[in-house]
Design a protein around this ligand. Structure first.
Ligand SMILES: CC(=O)SCCNC(=O)CCNC(=O)[C@H](O)C(C)(C)COP(=O)(O)OP(=O)(O)OC[C@H]1O[C@@H](n2cnc3c(N)ncnc32)[C@H](O)[C@@H]1OP(=O)(O)O
Length: 207
């Protein structure tokens, strides 16, 4: 771990990520990179564009603070390929059970509960106040939005996005690249990538 952390992406999600990193008290200095130097950031400085990361790889830890799953994947993949040091960020108020595995580049936000024996991939967002119950397998570059509840033994595939307040019943598998709409309730496996909304969740045609 380095003394300085650079967060790539200074907009809304990046600001929350920076706040969590600050509360962890592990870095002397935290700043942003953003391709738009005029992005309205928090009180932390934007020190350069994303390309700056690849010129200063050995000096900093890096974290991709971008909400879009696919953009986050592309940037984290490039950082990994170049040997960057990528931490895991966990808000001090999160409750993490025994035998939980969390991979690098993942952020666990305030008020989250992850129960025993769940595994969370890399580059994933477990957003504010969500709960991941026992034996879940949450893949890489997933976004679990605020207030989502996953019951026991749920699987969520790579790059899927579960919208705010959605709920997934126990033993359900959601494949890769699914979007689950705000407030949806998933009670059957989602085996095709696509957009699913409502109670119970159903696929939007062409979605
Ligand atoms: C900290 C943070 O901010 S994290 C981010 C949190 N944000 C979210 O979770 C947003 C989740 N997004 C959604 O729920 C979106 O509505 C999506 C992705 C499901 C669909 O978005 P789009 O593809 O743009 O669909 P669009 O808005 O055109 O709606 C299509 C139809 O589905 C309906 N619909 C859309 N979302 C939902 C929903 N969540 N529940 C029920 N119906 C919905 C619309 O009313 C519309 O119906 P109509 O054709 O009868 O008028």
């Amino acid at each position: 771990m380095k003394e300085k952390l650079l967060i790539i992406g200074a907009s809304g999600h990046g600001k929350v990520v920076a706040d969590i990193a600050k509360k962890m008290n592990k870095w002397e200095n935290i700043a942003f990179l953003d391709d738009n130097l005029n992005t309205q950031s928090s009180n932390m400085e934007i020190v350069g564009e994303t390309s700056y990361a690849f010129e200063h790889l050995r000096e900093y830890d890096f974290f991709v603070g971008i909400g879009n799953n696919n953009i986050r994947l592309k940037i984290q993949d490039m950082l990994e390929a170049n040997g960057a040091s990528i931490p895991i960020l966990i808000h001090p108020s999160a409750i993490i059970g025994e035998q939980v595995e969390i991979n690098y580049g993942t952020v666990i936000m305030a008020g989250v509960v992850v129960n025993c024996c769940s595994k969370i991939g890399k580059g994933t967002i477990i957003n504010t106040g969500s709960t991941i119950d026992h034996d879940n397998l949450v893949g890489d570059f997933v976004h679990i939005s605020p207030g989502v509840h996953l019951a026991g033994a749920v699987k969520v595939g790579q790059e899927s996005w579960l919208g705010i307040g959605s709920t997934v019943s126990n033993n359900i598998s959601i494949t890769h690249d699914c979007i689950v709409g705000a407030g949806a309730v998933v009670i059957k496996d989602l085996s095709e990538p696509g957009t699913y909304i409502g109670v119970p969740a159903r696929r939007i045609i062409n979605g």
